[in-house]
Structures are given as structure tokens and as C-alpha cells.
Design a binder for this molecule. Sequence first.
Ligand SMILES: Nc1ncnc2c1ncn2[C@@H]1O[C@H](COP(=O)(O)OP(=O)(O)OP(=O)(O)O)[C@@H](O)[C@H]1O
Length: 797
Amino acid sequence: MILKSFLHKVFKDREEFMMLDLKHIKKYYTVGDTTTKALDDVSVSFREKEFVSILGASGSGKTTMLNVIGGLDRYDSGDLVINGQSTKTFKDADWDAYRNNSIGFIFQDYNIITHLSIIDNVTMGMTLSGVSNDEKLKKAKESLERVGLKKHMNKKPAQLSGGQMQRVAIARALANDPEILLADEPTGALDTQTSREIMDLIKELAKDRLVIMVTHNPELAEEYSDRIIKFNDGQVLSDSNPYQSGEVNNDFELKRTKMSFWTALKLSFTNIKTKKGRTFLTMFASSIGIIGIGIVLALSNGFQKQIDNTQAETLSQFPITISRVGLDSQAAMQNSQSTGKKNFAKGQTVTAKRSTAELAQHINKLDTKYVDYVKNIKKSAAKDIAYSYTTGFNLVRQVNGKYQPVTFSNMDESQTQQGSTGDPSSSVGVGGAVYPTDRNGKMSFLKQNYKTLAGKYPTKKTDIVLIADQHNNVNINALKNLGFNVKNNQNLKTADLIGTQVKLVANDDFYQKLPTGNFVPSKDYSQMASSAKTKTLTVTGILRTKSKNSDGLLANGVAYNDRLTKEVVDQNKKSAVANAQRSSEQNVLTGQSIKDANRPGLMTYLGAASVPSTIQIYPKSFDQKDRVTDYLDKYNHGKSSADKVVYNDLAGSISSLTGGLMDAITYVLIGFAGISLVTSMIMIAIITYTSVLERTKEIGVLKALGARKKDITRAFDAETTILGLGSGVLGVVIAWLLTFPANVLLEKVTDLSNVAQLNPWHALLLIIISTVLTVLGGHVPARMGSKKDAAIALRSE
Ligand SMILES: Nc1ncnc2c1ncn2[C@@H]1O[C@H](COP(=O)(O)OP(=O)(O)OP(=O)(O)O)[C@@H](O)[C@H]1O
């Protein structure tokens, strides 16, 4: 042990430790049919501290040997022993670390990364091995000082002379304090004077390390180096001072390298800065897709908001309607599916089948139980509920001094044949629109949706109104059926209509019983009019819709309060004719037998049944509508299909239609804009590929400094990240700016203000998409770049 340390000391003093040992190294290049033996069984050892020059003809394998020693190129066979450690089992990461920790490269053409500052060039190796910032800077300054560049430290590489550039390269090689300095014709590009200065410097450095220099200049080699090895055809021809044998200093340990993403970003950023114009154009071109999508989203957002607002405003006015005869959309759908088969039937039979329309028809049982259920809808969800009873109104009016029967219908009565259907409600006395009373008893429905064209809003149950459309048209049949003698397009004074009185006669006064047991309307109208039970209805106003949206809410013609119908039903329920009808199998008015289907209609007409024919529920707001429909759906849970009550939600079907339409348009437009995104992705791939080609030399230098494949990929990924982020932000900003002129234009054309609105979340999403797509597009060329052979990369021009 003591002996060993003694020997160690003695050998160390004599600088006789062995640093490198090449054992039968072979490196062949095969291109096509020819094989070049660049290194053909080379065995040579190097001391820990000496200055070795390698001479030889061009193509004799000098650079190849330097590259093999420096770990830039792999030997085919043999072994390279570093400090006693074989490199046969070295993995990529070990080679990377070896280059970084132990090797300093100096090249003929300096290989300075021109877009980085001098300091950054010098510190790159240390950056890769994760040396702290302060230490890096300190060491970089030291080594720059050592090569005599203290004064020029803040210049850009392009501002330096050749000699100065080479000094930077030497400073870079020194900065990490490597054991081995490899110089490939370091003075090849320099004049004699500068060459000498550089050689002095290298000689100085060789005092503490192994320097291996390839040169074509035998004089310089003779003058400066301790040992000259001559090469010929890949073999060692002569060696002026061969190393025989000796101790090995066994303290070889490698520190792994790793480039942080931050370093990669910095590297890419400085590179991008050297080509600002191109970068901006690239970003702009690839932002076009983002601009497109941004605008489409902004517009569709705005339009959807507008549509939603309008819908909420207008469609909430439309009631959910439950009629005695409803449309079962589910049954209708099933049926249309089964009849939708394309094939023609085979065989010689025909099938008896109910029609689609009939199958879809659903008879709702609007009994008291259901009415009570509906009455319990929360007031916060439904503001008004109108129950219409298609009960017959027995009406008479005095025309030209004589009472005559009239109706509230707006059908052309001369066209309908009375009694033909056996359901009098289809032809007589029924009609007109029923408007609901608020659930708190007030009559705000009309005030909300209609304004008075003439007269006043109704205040009592017996007040009735005429509904006109926005052009002041009133249904001519409604007027004729009230006994007015009018022609089409005839103008009437509102004063002539307001105050019109109609007598509403009770069943018992209106019908007389015949000896046969049937009932017929009595003919003595003036007596009916003066009966105690008769009510006087008065037209108090002519109303017109407030906005286009509520047009059609009530039918054009006579409208009356739902409480009036309820009162008539209650009155007529106990009438003789109703009682008779209840217990009769025949129509007590005509004596004809009645079909089952028509019976409920007839019963309600005569007031014998007090179930409503239609229930209209007015949701408080568009949002509350769902609560109402949910409530109605709940009633149907677990009921047989015959007991189910189906409703018609007109507003719902309209809104789902327009919503779907907007979505569809948006998707199509985004699809188009998406194509340009893909285009820009391809463009980025091409640009990254170009960048990889342009930076081949840089890749070689980084690898010589110990960068791993991953680090190279990372450097290019960082570049595409910057590009993608830039184009995303640019695209979003441009799209946002474009919303302003777009809004001005849209306001001029459509009267809608502030339609285009870019949602900040969408903007963020677009930036992320742009970045991710760009990085993806650039990743493949980045990988290609990282796989470039370092030795070949350094040889590239
Ligand atoms: N990647 C490669 N593919 C094929 N052949 C190669 C490759 N690299 C080097 N060679 C060949 O190997 C031989 C040795 O090349 P090397 O560059 O080591 O010679 P050199 O002595 O350094 O020459 P010079 O003094 O001109 O730089 C040459 O014949 C060269 O053509």
C-alpha cells in the first residue's frame, strides 16, 4: 500500500500515468462496394500529460482517430481504455458524459454557435452538466482570461477575428477543465503569426493535460509537441516517444449530462432571434388556422347568445299545451321507423293496419286527477295556466233590433255542415281564444303580450276582447259570426266594435225538451236575452300583439277569460240537457247514436263533463320550462301508455332545432379552419426540418460538448414550442382584433350589436392547441436531427 502510493507519486511527478490506451482499434467505412479502413488495427497509448501531434497524409485516418478518442465516433472492434476503464460496455449516456466531462474539442473552423454570445458558447458544456450559474460564469471568465480574450468578452462571435474565434473555442474546450484536449488542425485557418500564438497557448495547456493535435504542419509539430505519431492508411507508421507501460490513475468517474428545458428554450430563442422575419412570417402563416377558428367560435358564440336571448324572451311566451287529443311523438317515431323500410313486401296478402297519423294520436285523459296535478305546479315555474273548456257558449246578439244566435268562432260557418260529424263542438258556438288568468288571480297575461289598439284591457270575467294582428287585421269570420255584415278588406271603426254586447244564455234557457225526449234550441231569442241567468258579455277593447314574437299566441278574433268558461261549465253541468245526455246512449240533440270517440266532446260541449279540453301552461321563463316539463313527465312514470298524458312543447322543439343548426354550422366552419391548422402543422414540420439542416453543425458541436440525443430533440422541440405559442397568441390576438370590425359590419347588416365575442377560455384552448399541434409537427424532424451522427454533422459545411 505504501509502496503503491509511493510509486503513484513518483509516476505522477514524471507524468508517466497512462491516460488513454487504444487496443487494436478498427474503424471501417463501407460505402457501396468499397470499404475504407480509416483505422486499421491501431494500438497506441497516451500519457496523462503530454502534447502529441499526429501527422499524416490526407485521408490517413487522423480525424477518425480523434473522433473515436473523443467519443464522437464508435470503433468497430478493439478497445479504448480510459484511465484503466474499458469503454466496451459504454452506453450512449456514458459517451455523452465522457465527452462532456473529460474531453475538450478544438476544430479547424472553430465551430462557434454564432447566435449565442461568447459567454454562452463557453458555458454551454457546463450548462449541459448542470453547473450552477455563478460557477459557470466564473469559470467561463477564467478560461476566457486564460486565452487572452478578457477584453472581447462582450462581443458577438461574428465580430471576432479568426484567431479570436479559435481562442473562444479553446476557452470553451477548457471551461469544463477536461483531462484530454483534442485539436483537429487548430491553426489550419490561421496565418503564421496567429498560429504561433495559438500553439503557444495550446502548449501551455498541455502542461496539465493530454493534448492530441492533428496537423498538416510538420514544423509546428516538431517545434511544439513532445511526441509525434505519423499515420498512413489507417495505421501508425511511427511514434517518436511511445509509451511503454506504467501505472494507471484509477479515479475515473463520469458525471451525467442533461440539458434543462430552460436551456433548450434559451438556445432556441437566441437562434430564432437571428431570423426574426422568417419566424414572424411562419408564425403568421400558421396562425391563420387559429384566426379562422377563433372568428368562427366568436361568431357562433355571439349568435348562440343572441338566439338564446331571443328564445328565452319569445319562446317562453309560448305555452306547453296539453290537448285532449295529443300527438305521441314516441309512437309516431316508432311507427315511422317501421314503415321506413325500403323493401317492398312480398307475398299475396294485404295487411289491415291503422294509419300512421292515427297511431301517433294519443287520447289524453284530462280528468280531475290530472287537473289537480297540474294545479300543483310550482308558482315559481309556471306563471299562468289556462284551462279551456270546449263547452258550448249559447250566444245571442241584437242585430238591427232583433236577437239572433251568434258564435265566437273564426271559422267560415257557411262552409261547415252542422251535425255531420255528430260532434257539435266542431261547428257550433265554440271558438275564440281563451286567455289565462294569472295564478295569483291577476290578469297580467294580456298586458304583458298585448297592447290596446282601442278601448281597455278587460277587468271582469264578462269582458271580452277582439284580437288583431300587427297589421290591425281582425278575422273576418269572427266578425261575421258575431253578426256583423262585413266584406273582405272592409275597414271598420274601432268605436263601432267596442261596447258590442253579446248575451250568454244558460242551457236551461236555450234548450227546450221535446216530447220525444230530445232537446232542440228554442227560437225565442229575445226571451233568452232577458232571462235572469243570462250574462251580458261586452267587448271592452281591441288588442294587438306587442311584438312579432307573441303574434299568434292568441288566435285572431274573440278572446275571453278562462274563468268565464269555467263558470259556464259549472252552470250548465246541472242543466236538464246535460243530465239527459249523461244517461243517454244517443245524441240528445239529434237523436242519432254516438260513437265512443265523440262522446266526451259532446258531453263537454253540453257542460255535462267538467274536464278541460286543453290545458295551456305558461312557464315563468325559458329556463323554468324544463322544470314544468320534468314535472309533467313525472306524472307519466310507471303509467300504462293509455293512461299517459302527452304534451306539446312547441318552444322546446323550436329551440332544439335552432340550437342544433347553430352547432352544425359551427362544426362545419371549424372543420374548414381545422384544415388550415393541419396545413400549418405540415408547414412547421418542413420548417423544423430546414432548421435541423441549417443547424447540423450546431448539433455536432452540442454533441461534442456532451449533449444527448434527447437534448437535441429538446432543443428543437423548444423551438417549435416557441413557434406554436407565438402563432397561437398571434392568432388569438388577430382574431380578437377582427371581432371589432366584424361587429361594426354585423350591426350595420343585421341590427344585432356585439355579436362576435371571443370567449377567453376558447382563446386559451386555441393557444394550447396551436402549441401542441406545432410541437407535434416539429417533433419528427427534431428526432431526425437528434439522430444525426455527430462526426458526420461536424464534417458538414
Ligand atoms: N462517414 C464516413 N463515411 C465513409 N467514409 C469516411 C467517413 N468518414 C471518413 N471516411 C473516410 O475515412 C478515411 C479517413 O478519414 P479522415 O477524415 O479520418 O482522414 P484524415 O486523415 O483526417 O484526412 P484529412 O487530413 O484530410 O482531414 C478517409 O478515406 C475518409 O474518406
